[in-house]
Design a binder for this molecule. Structure first.
Ligand SMILES: Nc1ncnc2c1ncn2[C@@H]1O[C@H](COP(=O)(O)OP(=O)(O)OP(=O)(O)O)[C@@H](O)[C@H]1O
Ligand SMILES: [Mg+2]
Length: 405
């Protein structure tokens, strides 16, 4: 049987990452292609240069294609949370069948009802996610299909997006010669890979600190409750180091990744790290403590901003399952410990266990494929949308088509 292929694309501030996954009939997934390229057209999670972004996309796709030995024609695309907003809404319908057994069509109708909402003109609905279904007043139902009832309600999360930002992203992917199969919120993709079912159930902050953005997602009761994005990330640490050490951004980035630690307590050794002066004349030697003295205050500031953002979202107290850290910054030794101080709760650094690529910087792209597979946006055998989500699929295609009008 021919296996189906799904491609996840994460257009981040520092890198474009492409993952080609092969979906097996038993719902497992093999990663057969990985591509990454420096993202040159993005700032703080937003596209600022279309042509550069198109080139970065092409480069990353070509690398993944070479590895997998196949050509990519379409992708599932990650969407950054700063372009989206969440509105809670309810939908109510009467169960249609004479036998009052709830069918997939009833669920489809109640989800449609939840979409009816007044929106400002610059926003569009991306997706509607059910939090819970309520059948004749009994709440907390995950899947009502097959149940008996008269009145079906849904408590839904309507995810809306800024049309222009998403249009630009879609345009870049299209100009790179690719079709977009569907959109997945980055936070939902990350959660797929890095959070356990218990963490999502009990309540957890998922914090993805990348190059230019820190994305905070709150999960509770098994569902995403809210997301928010602040425009801070590893890029700030790099520029602090470049200024502080009077060196180039390129050097500063290398020093940060290879020798940086998040806290002065962890710094070791003497002045044995070489730094080139910005003018290129001569080297100097610095210590890890010199690097930590610049890095620590900035990481503390970023974490503080994340905490304030969580409070603004209505979560000023720690959640039972604490904080899970992911994204490039989570790779910096000592970040987890600083986060424990700031959040005053247990902090876990995500260590994705999937085969092929183990670094959290690939979590979003890999998570997109997992999300797509689990939510049946693609079938294992044909690669086409499965029956159960025909409605969703049609909506999605319709919505994407709208963007290209
Ligand atoms: N080992 C490391 N130690 C410290 N920082 C690192 C390490 N590896 C990567 N980074 C930093 O992580 C950042 C990139 O992270 P990531 O790939 O998650 O970002 P992105 O997805 O491109 O950006 P964003 O999500 O903000 O749009 C860069 O600033 C990079 O310097
Ligand atoms: Mg990212």
């Amino acid at each position: 049987m021919r296996k189906s292929i799904a491609v996840g694309m994460d257009i981040g501030t520092t890198h474009v990452r492409v993952i080609i996954g092969e979906l097996n009939a038993d719902s497992t997934l093999n990663i057969i292609g990985v591509g990454t390229s420096p993202s040159r057209g993005m700032k703080k999670g937003v596209i600022v240069d279309l042509d550069e972004t198109v080139n970065s996309i092409r480069e990353a796709v070509e690398e993944a294609e070479r590895m997998a030995g196949l050509e990519v024609s379409s992708v599932f695309l990650g969407i950054v949370g700063s372009q989206v907003g969440i509105i809670n809404n309810r939908g109510v319908v009467a169960v249609s069948g004479d036998d009052k057994e709830i069918t997939e069509e009833d669920v489809e109708r109640v989800m449609q009802a939840a979409r009816v909402i007044a929106l400002p003109p610059e926003r569009e609905i991306i997706d509607v996610l059910p939090r819970e279904f309520i059948v004749d007043g009994y709440d907390g139902i995950r899947d009502p299909v097959g149940m008996i009832g008269v009145r079906l309600e849904v408590d839904a999360m309507v995810v809306t997006g800024t049309s222009s930002a998403i249009k630009n992203t879609l345009r870049c992917v299209q100009r790179a010669g690719l079709e977009v199969n569907g959109l997945v919120l980055n936070s939902l993709a990350n959660a797929e890979i890095v959070l356990s079912r218990d963490e999502k159930e009990l309540g957890v902050f998922l914090v993805d600190i990348g190059g230019g953005t820190a994305e905070v997602a709150v999960f509770q009761g098994g569902n995403l409750q809210d997301i928010s994005v602040i425009p801070v990330g590893g890029g700030h640490i790099t520029s602090d180091l470049a200024v502080g050490l009077k060196t180039t951004l390129e050097q500063a980035e290398r020093l940060k990744v290879h020798h940086g630690v998040a806290s002065l307590n962890l710094a070791e050794g003497e002045d044995n790290i070489k730094v080139q002066n910005v003018a290129g004349k001569g080297d100097r030697a610095i210590s890890q403590a010199d690097l930590a003295a610049v890095i620590e205050p900035r990481i503390l500031e970023i974490l503080q901003l994340v905490r304030e953002e969580a409070a603004k979202m209505g979560f000023s107290e720690p959640l039972p399952a604490g904080v899970v850290l992911t994204g490039g910054i989570s790779l910096m030794k000592g970040t987890g410990e600083l986060a424990e101080e700031i959040f005053n709760c247990s902090v876990r650094t995500a260590q994705p266990g999937y085969i092929g690529v183990k670094s959290p910087i690939y979590s979003t792209a890999v998570g997109i494929i997992h999300y797509v597979q689990r939510s049946h946006m693609i079938s294992p055998s044909k690669g086409a949308p499965t029956r159960a989500v025909k409605g969703l699929w049609a909506r999605l295609r319709h919505w994407i088509a709208d963007f290209f009008e």
